[in-house]
Design a protein around this ligand. Structure first.
Ligand SMILES: [Fe+2]
Ligand SMILES: [Fe+2]
Length: 152
């Protein structure tokens, strides 16, 4: 049995974002299952992107990923997933289909970062580099948009 690697303290802000990201996937899934108007679900997804996910991606792309280098296979995979998720949120087209893709891709992406990529990062990064990641992340607590909590 592999002993799970404990998340480094200085990476915990990003891991907390991941928790909220997984919740977003769950909310989309629940909304679709309940037959909620996909326009309402997408409105929430776009709000989440603008207020949380875009910043999270930016910190990863500017500070975390360069620690392994953009030519590293794991980083190429992560960057391509970021691009796909962003495109699915921003572009027009079949809402149901896009929401289904976003839901599954976001969850897969987060599990990949948590189980593989971040473990690798915390093995190679110096304490100074990890501190830069911590410093780049705002201290703000997650504030949800409860205007239309369709998942309840
Ligand atoms: Fe990511
Ligand atoms: Fe992430």
């Amino acid at each position: 049995m592999h002993k799970p690697i404990k998340r480094h303290l200085l990476l915990q802000d990003l891991s907390r974002d991941h928790h909220h990201g997984l919740l977003l996937s769950w909310k989309i899934r629940t909304g679709l299952k309940k037959g909620i108007d996909p326009t309402c679900i997408m409105k929430y997804v776009k709000w989440f992107w603008k207020n949380h996910l875009a910043d999270h991606f930016e910190i990863e792309e500017k500070i975390v990923f360069p620690l392994l280098g953009n030519d590293h296979e794991l980083i190429k995979k992560a960057l391509s997933e970021h691009r796909k998720i962003k495109r699915l949120i921003e572009r027009d087209g079949d809402l149901d289909k896009r929401l289904n893709f976003i839901e599954s891709l976001l969850e897969k992406h987060i599990r990949f970062e948590e189980r593989v990529l971040f473990n690798k990062i915390q093995l190679v990064a110096t304490e100074v580099e990890l501190k830069q990641i911590k410093a780049a992340h705002s201290e703000d607590k997650f504030i949800d948009n409860l205007e239309d909590p369709f998942w309840v």
